[in-house]
Write a protein that binds this ligand. Structure first.
Ligand SMILES: C[S@@+](CC[C@H](N)C(=O)[O-])C[C@H]1O[C@@H](n2cnc3c(N)ncnc32)[C@H](O)[C@@H]1O
Length: 235
């Protein structure tokens, strides 16, 4: 499935997320022992959205980063965009009881926004799903104003080290088993380790962000090096 390209890849990914949407947040808490909340907080911190600013959260899913950005910034306009409506419907339902972002159906590779629209673009666990990562960053950079930020949270291939066998066991055995138990969708949770293994290392991701023209790119790693948050500034 990670070899799929273009429209086939997009269709496959929409199918995966549509099937697991209802249990997506719960699975995140279980797989990461609740750590995912801290990573999303760092994303919003590094987004450095000014009061009254505009943030786009791409591949927003159930909206966790988008809500966190709204909580942290007064008078902000936050837009959450995704191409799997089943995920965004859950985000929308959360918004019925609190101040909510604006939800937009959009493909991350063809954003329906003019150039220089946002102060910052964030994404959580989106980039490894894209058929063309560099085109994805180029599109994000296009819609950010000069001096604005692009922030990316995603998984990274397993680093070498003494803990590698243990982490590999968690990723390739425990997560698909937990996925089957909690969502009934073992194959969807086999996609997570497969797409992680096939993704870029944090240094490679940094190089791609720089190749699209982003400046001051840096990153921080989490969870034994299996998760990274990157930030870059549009020149
Ligand atoms: C793993 S979920 C992440 C959700 C959320 N950002 C988070 O931090 O939990 C990935 C999301 O990216 C979306 N996605 C994947 N490829 C996309 C694309 N080309 N355009 C828009 N959304 C996409 C999926 O529909 C899914 O909701």
């Amino acid at each position: 499935m990670v070899q799929l390209k273009g429209a086939d890849r997009a269709r496959y990914i929409q199918g995966v997320f549509a099937r697991i949407a209802g249990r997506y947040d719960l699975m995140n808490r279980l797989m990461t022992a609740g750590q995912d909340r801290a990573w999303r907080r760092l994303v919003v911190e590094w987004a450095a959205l000014p009061p009254g600013g505009r943030l786009l959260d791409l591949g927003t899913g159930t909206g966790e980063i988008a809500f966190e950005a709204l909580r942290r910034t007064s008078n902000a306009t936050v837009v959450g965009a995704d191409f799997t409506l089943e995920m965004m419907r859950l985000a929308q339902a959360k918004g019925l009881t609190r101040t909510a972002p604006v939800w937009v159906a959009a493909d991350a590779l063809r954003l329906p926004f003019p150039d220089d629209t946002f102060d910052t673009v964030t994404s959580g666990f989106l980039m490894r799903n894209l058929a063309d990562v560099q085109a994805g960053f180029a599109e994000q950079q296009r819609v950010v104003r000069p001096g604005g930020r692009v922030v990316c949270l995603d998984t990274s291939p397993l680093p070498d080290g003494p803990l590698r066998p243990l982490i590999a066991f968690h990723l390739h055995r425990v997560i698909p088993w937990l996925g089957r138990l909690v969502t009934g969708q073992a194959d969807a949770y086999a996609y997570l380790p497969a797409s992680t293994a096939a993704f870029l290392t944090p240094a490679e991701l940094q190089a791609i962000m720089e190749a699209t023209g982003l400046r001051q790119v840096r990153y921080r790693r989490y969870m034994f090096g299996t998760v990274a948050v990157h930030v870059g500034v549009k020149a």
